[in-house]
Design a protein. Structure first.
Length: 319
């Protein structure tokens, strides 16, 4: 029997109000679990709703509908005080290391702020904790007296990670933590996140639009398209035998180091643009761009179901 998941999301929905009484259907009935100690990768094109899922999970924005459980507790039933206490166990690393750090605050104050908010330790203890955290993310403790503008993007992201670690969390939402960084620095930050996971027993929701990055860090991967989860599988299986045409197209777009391999690989051309979440297509939302679309794809929404052990997909081709 499988142990209870650390994070359980059921039928999560988030609709944002728009002009003329319309709604932006950012997230539309997403369900998945994250086991303790694993890294769950959530991928998809920009605007597919993956960041909204991460922020709803932490209640940084309130969901329209659905259920979010963390360690057995229903987060949506908690009051402000209870949620604030639980936030010590739930943290986030933001996408943009340039805008997520207050330019007027010294690095030591930025990293130590969660300790102040939760009244942990005295001034000296907090200072010592900040120095330790800087060492943990491979930065010089003396950097505590500098300002964010004195650091590179990769260093700033390390500062953001140190801030997320300050309260000894169990779970971290890493919201596209490397997309704003150079490729060489991306690898360093991903390796750091893996080392920290091992060191502190962390569980991650790793959000990214780059399948290549997710492959190296994730235990399982969920693929989102226009507010819906279209495929979910163990990382190795998803990359070797993708069952949804959208996942196949995303994988086919990853550059390979060997030009011969790139030439031999089947290309899946996606037509058109991603439809607007204001008025998503009927039936399967991907049918307007899918090279294999059938008549029933335009009318009936395919069920998100298990097509192989632990491998789920929402596509009629798997019937």
């Amino acid at each position: 029997m499988q142990a209870q998941a650390l994070v359980e999301i059921k039928n999560l929905t988030k609709h944002f109000p728009a002009a003329h009484g319309q709604v932006v259907r950012a997230v539309d009935g997403v369900s998945f679990n994250i086991q303790k100690g694993e890294t769950f990768g959530l991928v998809g094109e920009s605007g597919c709703g993956k960041t909204t899922v991460g922020r709803c999970l932490l209640r940084l924005i309130e969901p329209t509908n659905g259920e979010i459980r963390f360690d057995g507790q229903d987060l949506l039933q908690l009051g402000k005080g209870e949620m604030r206490a639980l936030r010590r166990r739930l943290q986030i690393v933001f996408q943009d290391p340039y805008s997520s750090l207050n330019p007027r605050m010294k690095v030591g104050d930025i990293i130590g702020e969660p300790l102040v908010v939760h009244s942990i330790g005295n001034k000296q203890e907090r200072k010592d904790r900040v120095a330790d955290l800087l060492k943990v993310v491979k930065l010089d403790p003396d950097y505590a007296n500098r300002y964010p503008h004195q650091f590179s993007g990769g260093q700033r992201q390390r500062i953001g990670i140190a801030r997320a670690l300050a309260l000894n969390p169990d779970f971290i939402v890493a919201d596209e933590p490397v997309s704003a960084l150079d490729v060489s620095v991306q690898a360093q930050v991903v390796n750091l996140l893996q080392d920290l996971q091992e060191q502190f027993g962390l569980t991650y929701l790793f959000i990214s639009h780059g399948l290549a990055v997710v492959e190296h860090i994730s235990t399982r991967v969920g693929v989102m398209y226009l507010g819906k989860l279209v495929e979910l599988a163990p990382a190795v299986e998803l990359y070797q035998t993708p069952k949804h045409p959208y996942t196949q197209a995303l994988l086919a777009s990853i550059p390979l180091p060997d030009p011969e391999q790139t030439r031999d690989r089947a290309r899946i051309a996606l037509g058109g643009e991603v439809p607007t979440p204001l008025n998503p297509p009927s039936g399967c939302r991907f049918h307007t761009r899918c090279p294999y679309a059938m008549e029933k794809c335009k009318i009936t929404e395919p069920e998100f179901k298990e097509v192989a052990p632990g491998h789920f997909a929402a596509c009629f081709l798997n019937e």
